[in-house]
Design a binder for this molecule. Structure first.
Ligand SMILES: *Cc1c(COP(=O)(O)O)cnc(C)c1O
Length: 397
């Protein structure tokens, strides 16, 4: 029996050719591929500016820094997400303020958002968790009312839509990540998109060692392929990072963006197949997304959760059982506030965000990628069924 991985990138000869061309060109960083990639992602989101970076985490870090968020400031966010959406707050020395989640969308509950806002709140980071865009518009309205910048962590939502608007078009700036399990990949990589030219310029400077940008009154420095620096290349008006994205990665991203609609359609077919196969499984809660094209959901992962009669130990046994059958399943996501260093630094404890905790104890992600065959999906669901039957027997004992 061969393994069914949790995720797998979708790479064709077109990506391989594009990368090979860059390698032959001799220009491996800061070049035309990065600009093309930036235009494609920004265009897809209806944004004026795109700033390619080395990861989604780097993008979130830069946006917070460019907004001037720092020690003494608070940033409101969700406890139910990949840890980077909160870690970026710690990177700039600010304090995360978590808001419990809505049990349907699994996103930050907009009804509880206002209670978390204080005079120290300098930003809100909202996530489309698992690619579900629901509530981003409501969160945006609250942010606007309080004149607090909203950062859309769109790392799981590329290609999604909400109320006719693209994911990546909400708030002051949005950030994507292109790790290999995302809707598109550049191996490692990320992108900031925004309509704020000054913010984009500052992010471009910060990703490039704090070098001058046109906004600093200087020309962007050039580093020619012979390895010598010219112009303002050695002017650094501010502290910056090396968060650049290579031409190799950008070329990969360009082809993936050109294929985005096909990639999304393939993911949707896999999700629809799972939903079809699991519909009768009454002890499971399926993703809340409606089926079909209009739903606005961009499928990042397929996450189911065990009914409330089960506990975390039951969920962990189901995951372990699936893994014994070489089926990649994972506990997406453990609550961020319960990670050891959040408990130590911020005094977070079990019971702080009861909905997120109760849901996080019972969720599991199934193998989800474009190459998953109908037979494999069948096998995943049959195995899950057997594991759930065992848990049911344990309950009845
Ligand atoms: C993947 C992800 C990130 C970080 O992206 P990287 O490119 O892995 O740094 C941030 N936030 C969320 C919600 C993610 O899923």
């Amino acid at each position: 029996m061969s393994e069914i991985p949790l995720s797998r990138p979708d790479i064709t000869d077109a990506e391989i050719d594009a990368v090979t061309q860059v390698l032959r060109s001799g220009r491996l960083s800061i070049g035309p591929q990065q600009e093309r990639f930036e235009r494609l992602v920004a265009g897809r989101c209806g944004r004026r500016e795109g700033v390619a970076v080395s990861s989604g985490t780097a993008g979130l870090h830069l946006v917070l820094e460019a907004l001037g968020v720092g020690p003494g400031d608070e940033v409101v966010t969700t406890p139910f997400s990949f840890i980077a959406s909160a870690n970026c707050i710690l990177m700039v020395g600010a304090t995360p303020k978590f808001v419990d989640i809505c049990p349907q969308s699994l996103n930050m509950d907009p009804a509880q958002l206002e209670a978390a806002i204080t005079p120290q709140t300098k930003a809100i980071i909202a996530v489309e968790v698992f690619g579900q865009p629901q509530h981003m518009d409501t969160v945006e309205a609250v942010a606007r009312k309080h004149e607090i910048p909203l950062i859309e962590d769109a790392c799981e939502g590329l290609g999604g839509r909400l109320g006719g608007r693209p994911v990546g078009g909400f708030g002051r700036a949005s950030v994507f990540g292109f790790y290999p399990n995302k809707q598109i990949t550049t191996g490692e990589g990320g992108m900031i998109v925004t309509d704020d030219d000054r913010l984009a310029d500052l992010c471009r400077s910060l990703r490039n060692q704090g070098r001058s940008t046109p906004a600093d009154g200087g020309m962007p420095g050039q580093h020619n392929s012979g390895g010598t620096a010219t112009g303002a290349w050695l002017d650094h008006p501010r502290l910056g990072y090396n968060y650049r994205l290579s031409e190799i990665a950008s070329a990969l991203g360009v082809v993936q963006m050109e294929r985005l609609d096909d990639l999304l359609a393939a993911r949707r077919r896999v999700a629809d197949r799972y939903t079809q196969l699991l519909l009768d499984q009454t002890d499971l809660v399926l993703p809340a997304a409606p089926r079909g094209d209009e739903a606005g959901m961009s499928w990042f992962v397929y996450v189911v959760r065990l009914g409330t009669q089960y506990d975390r130990a039951a969920r962990d046994r189901v995951i372990a059982g699936m893994r014994r059958h070489e089926i990649g399943a994972a506990n997406y996501f453990p609550c961020i506030h319960l990670q050891p260093f959040y408990r130590e630094r911020f005094g977070c404890a079990p019971g702080d965000y009861p909905i997120a905790e109760s849901i996080s104890d019972r969720t599991l992600a199934l193998p989800f990628h474009n190459h998953l065959t109908a037979e494999q999906a069948d096998l995943v669901c049959q195995t899950l069924h057997v594991m759930l039957q065992r848990e049911q027997m344990l309950l009845e004992e």
